[in-house]
Design a protein around this ligand. Structure first.
Ligand code: SAM
Length: 303
């Protein structure tokens, strides 16, 4: 959370700055900083943009690493293509959060998508991303995209959104702490998600790194298994997130999300249909924190 400067006097003088994020009380990540490009306080969070020596341009919210130009493709390809390629025909998609634009870019690579609604609570995040993260935001001018500046949990309470979406993706900040992300990890929110999906709707949300916050993955999986015909957890290795092993939780009204129905015509850097299937193979270390029927297609297990 702090940018720490250290003087190295080994035969010379260099002012080295490091950005440090505490993953837990006993573990932290540090990135060497070339320069700070931006910092300001929005009505919702502290926004920083740093240029890092190893990971390129990084967006940081309330001292937590959100996305870097160096490895963002992993997270955004896995959160977009796994649900979308498991759905028979994802015409209407909703993203909640995702103000850096990376997830929208990946969703809009699907020709089946006719309408993408992005509900981001903090307009400043989008404006900062437009200025400093051009690779993330290059699809935000797509005519299929509508951006709404609102709280995603309130947006879904609007009955005009009921039975409207084929796929709903939550790309929010983490539920810990006092940020607005915490409203997107409640059972009441999942009830509203279910009301807002149509047909063989699929829901997916980031559920963090189980090495440090396993309860997020466990609680979301338990909530989804009680509401959806099929529920699963899959993972990807994201170097800039604590522990490297990052999870996504999915609920489906029909399709078994672990099985892709088609390929993506365009080339990707991380996602493939083999990676899709393998991502649902969970080590026992994590499976024991999840309901038995996760990734198995047993409908509505009572946990
Ligand atoms: N990839 C990152 C991760 O996994 O932590 C998420 C990055 S994205 C920038 C997170 C976005 O979620 C932020 O821009 C934040 O403003 C937005 N957000 C958090 N809570 C929200 C809510 N209740 N409604 C809409 N957007 C929200």
């Amino acid at each position: 959370m702090e940018v720490k400067t250290s003087l190295t006097l080994k035969g010379g003088f260099s002012l080295t700055s490091w950005f440090r994020e505490a993953a837990s009380s006993g573990h932290a990540l540090e990135w060497k900083v070339i320069r700070r490009l931006y910092q300001d306080q929005s009505p919702y969070q502290r926004i920083e943009v740093l240029e890092l020596e190893t990971f390129g341009i990084a967006l940081i919210l309330d001292g937590i690493m959100q996305t870097t130009s160096g490895d963002e493709f992993i997270y955004h390809e896995m959160l977009a293509h796994v649900p979308l390629l498991a759905h028979p025909r994802p015409q209407r998609v909703l993203i909640i959060g995702g103000g850096d634009g990376g997830l929208a870019r990946e969703v809009l690579r699907h020709p089946e998508v006719e309408e993408l609604t992005l509900v981001e609570i903090d307009r400043m995040v989008v404006e900062v991303a437009m200025k400093y993260l051009p690779e993330h935001t290059r699809a935000l001018s797509d005519s299929r995209l509508v951006i709404r500046y609102a709280d995603g949990s309130r947006f879904l309470k609007d009955t005009s959104n009921h039975r409207r979406f084929d796929v709903i993706l939550v790309d929010s900040t983490d539920p810990e702490g006092t940020g607005p992300g915490r409203w997107l990890y409640t059972q009441a929110f999942h009830d509203d998600v279910l009301l807002s999906l149509r047909g063989e709707g699929i829901f997916a949300q980031q559920t963090g790194t189980p090495f440090f916050n396993p309860e997020v993955m466990t609680q979301v999986a338990q909530s989804l298994i009680q509401r959806f015909a099929w529920a699963g957890v899959y993972w990807a290795a994201v170097p800039s997130y604590p522990g490297g092993f990052f999870t996504f939780s999915v609920g489906s009204m029909g399709p078994q999300v672990s099985e892709p129905r088609r390929d993506l015509a365009e080339a990707t850097k991380w996602y493939s249909s083999d990676v899709h299937r393998q991502a649902f193979v969970l080590p026992p270390y994590f499976k024991r924190r999840l309901p038995l029927s996760i990734n198995r297609g047993v409908a509505r297990e009572r946990v």
